[in-house]
Ligand binder design. Structure first.
Ligand code: NAI
Ligand code: 15L
Length: 280
């Protein structure tokens, strides 16, 4: 039985895939939720929850929704690779509104960052949480900026934040890459609960992947301090998915997979490592 937060939790992106998962699991745990999204909430409103349709660009409404909340679980925004002009409003300006609300309410932010903030690292690497950002597009770039915004608000204003570098959170893995990157909905819900109920978090990073044997890419994060360990695994799918690869050398080389290939214009791949341009 998890403890129930004393203050309501603001959940942005409530109408999206992961928002709907959390709306169900957190309300079943007895939590009070203030839910918001630009799209209508497609399910019945759970007990102890409210839903307000709002755009993240509306800073005044975000401030109002956050009033009295102790935690902001921020899932809202553009969640896939899109052109720069589409990403910048929801993911940068919208996040600024979230952090200003958190500052005012002294609330903790749980930010849905992404593996695409480090997507151009090679799959042969093993990255600690303090690795270099290597975004694989405008979307990943917005997540890297979002993590940096969290650091700034922690050092300047003491706003706690946990940055979840989520791999692939979906009902089940569907290709060979996801044998490493898969995060089950159950592990995701337990991760958010742990981040919310942890006594202290400071500003930290947790990689969001289940207990997958092939997850050799990501290590050394704050999960032990937060009190989370994944219990599900993509391993039972290995037999059916191990050969399910794209045939695209760029996609298969890097952690970010297909996002790395979008609008990719290099004629030859970059040399390994961030500062090896001289060998190009
Ligand atoms: P989703 O696209 O299903 O949900 C995002 C929600 O944000 C949508 O309901 C959308 O209406 C809302 N939204 C978009 N623009 C908005 C705006 N201007 N104002 C208010 N709401 C707006 O995405 P999903 O899969 O649920 O992901 C949730 C979060 O987790 C996203 O931030 C995504 O980047 C992140 N994430 C998800 C991963 C996954 O595998 N599902 C992996 C890595 C990160
Ligand atoms: C993400 O960041 C996306 O939000 C999600 O839709 C998936 O594409 C995921 O990354 C992934 O890398 O599998």
């Amino acid at each position: 039985m998890t403890s129930v937060p004393t203050k309501p939790v603001l959940l942005t992106g409530a109408s999206g895939a992961l928002g709907r998962v959390l709306a169900k699991s957190l309300s079943e745990a007895g939590w009070a939720l203030v839910m918001t999204d630009i799209a209508a909430f497609p399910d019945p409103i759970p007990p102890r929850a409210t839903f307000t349709k709002a755009d993240l660009s509306d800073g005044v409404t975000i401030l109002r929704l956050a009033e009295g909340c102790g935690t902001i679980v921020h899932l809202g925004g553009i969640s896939v690779e899109r052109p720069f002009e589409e990403v910048i409003g929801p993911n940068i300006r919208g996040l600024y509104h979230i952090y200003e609300a958190a500052r005012r309410e002294k609330a903790r932010v749980i930010f849905a960052s992404s593996n695409h903030s480090v997507g151009f690292h090679e799959r042969t690497e093993s990255l600690g949480a303090d690795t270099q950002f290597l975004p694989d597009g405008y979307y990943g770039l917005s997540k890297a900026y979002g993590e940096l915004m969290g650091r700034m608000y922690w050092f300047k204003h003491g706003v706690e934040n946990v940055n979840l570098r989520i791999g692939s959170a979906c009902p089940e893995p569907v290709n060979a890459r996801m044998l490493a990157s898969y995060l089950s909905y159950g592990d995701f819900s337990r991760l958010v609960i742990a981040c919310t109920t942890a006594a202290k978090t400071g500003s930290c990073v947790v990689w969001g992947a289940s207990n997958n044997s092939r997850m050799t890419w990501w290590r050394d994060d704050a999960r032990a301090d937060i009190g989370w360990a994944p219990t599900d695994s993509a391993d039972p799918y290995a037999g059916q998915l191990a050969g399910k690869v794209s045939g695209d050398p760029v996609e298969e080389r890097y952690m970010g997979g297909a996002y790395c290939s979008i609008e990719y214009t290099r004629s030859a791949p970059a040399p390994a490592g961030l500062f090896n341009a001289v060998k190009d």
